[in-house]
Design a protein around this ligand. Structure first.
Ligand SMILES: C[S@@+](CC[C@H](N)C(=O)[O-])C[C@H]1O[C@@H](n2cnc3c(N)ncnc32)[C@H](O)[C@@H]1O
Length: 267
């Protein structure tokens, strides 16, 4: 296994691909009982409804597409989806689920990838929380570089909620930048996981020149949508606002992730 957190995450999700959806479908170790499961699926339905109203049209780039839980939603509305992930196992499962000639698959490490095309929408679900704080800014530069002038962004992620994860996982304090995850075979991985608060995340994105509204579904999820602010001030960031999600983690600035990750991304 590689030491660098970005490589470790890739290894972790490759090893987890076949059991990944147990989390989403609240099965086995992720089954939290009827009441909490019901709450989860109500919020998943809310996300699907928000996405439907958002109308993800045109050519969509899905980053960290995984096994296709959201690719199959996007392909209902988009003309084409380009789906990127570092895990060949996840891409294979995605292909098998979605079975659409309107989806192109790209195996790549997002932190070392450049898009040659420009898209109408960049979508990512349960991905931003795995971007090391060090790479936050460069990741958003990558997103910007993938968009047409009036392109849009839609993302979904986790709120800090201990019942979101497996019964045998313990979340660290909300301000931590990592979680310890166990696979069904007992292997253990430490990965980056940042639990953003919607208002803080919205402010950080604003400081990077984005106009993105970030909202909560209540208990389990946050989602954001928008685009580049009308007068983009990319690069002229307001340090205080940009640091908001990180300062509470004792991270003086994004350049110090607390997750041991020094950004080596090409973005
Ligand atoms: C939490 S899963 C989310 C999958 C999918 N978006 C979903 O909502 O079900 C994170 C995904 O990121 C992928 N991933 C992890 N590190 C990556 C990297 N550096 N580059 C590209 N994909 C990566 C994993 O293979 C995994 O499919």
């Amino acid at each position: 296994m590689h030491d660098h957190p970005i490589q470790q995450q890739i290894e972790y999700y490759r090893a987890r691909a076949a059991e990944y959806e147990e989390w989403f479908f609240r099965q086995k170790r992720y089954d939290r009982g009827p009441e909490l499961n019901r709450q989860w699926f109500v919020e998943v339905a809310k996300l699907r409804s928000v996405l439907r109203h958002f109308q993800p049209r045109g050519h969509v780039l899905e980053l960290a597409c995984g096994t296709g839980l959201w690719t199959q939603q996007l392909v209902r509305y988009a003309d084409r989806v380009t789906a990127v992930d570092a895990s060949p196992e996840a891409l294979e499962l995605n292909r098998a689920r979605v079975r659409s000639k309107h989806v192109d698959y790209v195996r790549a490490d997002i932190f070392n990838w450049r898009s040659e095309a420009r898209y109408d929408l960049v979508f990512f679900s349960f991905w931003l929380s795995h971007v090391p704080p060090d790479c936050f800014e460069s990741f958003w530069r990558l997103v910007r570089s993938c968009l047409h002038e009036h392109g849009r962004v839609f993302f979904i992620d986790s709120l800090y909620e201990p019942t979101s994860t497996a019964r045998d996982h313990r979340l660290n304090a909300p301000q931590s930048a990592t979680v310890t995850r166990r696979l069904n075979d007992g292997r253990v991985f430490d990965i980056v996981k940042i639990f953003y608060k919607p208002a803080e995340l919205e402010a950080s994105l604003k400081a990077l020149g984005w106009s993105i509204k970030v909202e909560s579904t209540g208990h389990y999820f946050l989602y954001g949508n928008g685009g580049v602010a009308i007068k983009p001030e990319l690069g002229e960031k307001n340090e205080r606002t940009l640091l908001a999600p990180f300062s509470s983690r004792g991270l003086g600035k994004p350049a110090h992730s607390g997750a041991g990750a020094k950004c080596e991304c090409a973005a």
